[in-house]
Design a binder for this molecule. Structure first.
Ligand SMILES: [Zn+2]
Ligand SMILES: [Zn+2]
Length: 382
């Protein structure tokens, strides 16, 4: 696992006091480090700030010392000023994180100080139509940690007990940072109505494409992934995806039809965000197939083709009820964690980590930030 040293650029700053927005509820003495990205009039600045430690907010509140945090595409959108909900805001990003419980409210029943936990980043109203249907991930007022509220790129984080899940002792902190993106992959499989034996084509082998492919393979699907960047093709082969198509040199459509015995894939997931691929997906899907847009894109939809084959278009967002199943299945994903995580940075180097991740080099899989306060499961075992 490489650790890259990249020189700091000049759009960074370091301030000693809470920023305007966070300062409203953090009036006390600055006591911990947090990473903040601020967008103002199209200009983005970022850096480590010093703010007051968060306090328990109620009887069900749990405070956690953060150990590991993954950098996600959403964090990079915030970093580059392209995240609509963070425009004009001071944002502490981060929604893929795990740590150790340091304090619990008096009504907390399942967790205790010292427990190792991972954060579930969504909270929802419980009353709107989506919530009544059991789909709080698309609640009309869904709140997402690190996206439209404070995130986990800081030393301590407080959330209600229901937003923390215990992780097994054998799991390393790096692996724990992969749980949330694996839940997003699991949600995609649920939305795709994936069943054992189904064929699934995935466009794009970035971290989400890879974790989706890994999840679908473990669920018994025949998985085909197409990608043009060599580094990502390599990662896809390394985690054992059955069919890896190099779209630079191979005719994707022809190969997919061969692999599926001319039936066409039963499921196509677009993780590449190329409009022409979405149109192609509708063309090549088998009758009764499902198309799952994962990367946002605008494309002309031929509804006649959809009708003839009765194709479902099932978009997927975040996840609902996927944390426990993913944690229970994680032993299967563990073997690929070292391949998925290509880079690890210490929290003090978080600015370099963002600069590096934002270059989106083909060899880059998941980038994880670490605090190194509590030893890793791997280190304890030695
Ligand atoms: Zn994410
Ligand atoms: Zn709701």
């Amino acid at each position: 696992m490489g650790l890259l040293q990249i020189p700091m650029e000049t759009n960074t700053f370091f301030i000693e006091s809470p920023c305007s927005q966070l300062g409203k509820d953090r009036k006390g003495e600055p006591g911990m480090k947090a990473y903040m990205i601020s967008e103002k009039n199209g200009k983005v600045t970022s850096g480590i700030i010093n703010i007051e430690e968060p306090q328990l907010r109620g009887p069900k509140s749990v405070k956690v010392a953060v150990e590991s945090i993954g950098i996600c595409g959403t964090d990079l959108k915030i970093y580059t000023g392209h995240h609509s909900q963070s425009v004009g805001a001071d944002r502490i990003p981060g929604h893929e994180f795990a740590g150790v419980v340091t304090e619990v409210g008096e009504a907390v029943s399942e967790l205790k100080v010292g427990d190792r936990v991972v954060h579930e980043p969504i909270s929802f109203c419980g009353r709107c139509y989506a919530c009544r249907k059991g789909r709080g991930n698309v609640c009309s007022s869904v709140r997402v940690t690190g996206c439209n509220m404070e995130g986990g790129m800081e030393e301590y984080f407080v959330a209600d007990e229901k937003q923390w899940h215990k992780i097994p002792d054998w799991m390393s902190w790096n692996e724990a940072a992969l749980i949330e993106p694996y839940t997003v992959a699991a949600q995609t499989c649920v939305r795709a109505k994936l069943e054992k034996g189904d064929s699934m084509l995935i466009y794009g082998a970035g971290p989400i494409g890879l974790m989706l492919a890994d999840t679908a393979v473990q669920m018994g699907a025949k998985v085909i992934i197409s990608e043009l960047a060599d580094g990502r093709l390599e990662l896809a082969r390394k985690i054992g995806i059955q069919y890896v198509i190099d779209s630079k040199t191979e005719n994707v459509r022809q190969r997919v039809m061969e692999i599926t015995d001319q039936e066409g894939p039963n499921i196509v997931c677009d993780c590449a965000g190329v409009p022409a691929l979405s149109a192609e997906a509708i063309d090549i899907l088998s009758p009764a197939g499902r198309f799952v847009p994962v990367a946002p894109v605008t494309f002309p939809l031929d509804s006649y083709k959809c009708m003839r084959k009765e194709i479902d278009i099932s978009a997927s967002r975040l996840q609902i009820n996927q944390f426990i199943p993913v944690i229970n299945r994680f032993a299967q994903y563990k073997q690929h964690a070292d391949t998925m995580i290509t880079d690890e940075f210490d929290f003090d180097q978080i600015e370099e980590a963002f600069q590096y991740a934002n270059r989106r080099e083909p060899r880059t899989g998941k980038v994880v930030i670490r605090f190194h306060r509590n030893p890793d499961a791997e280190e304890v075992r030695v």
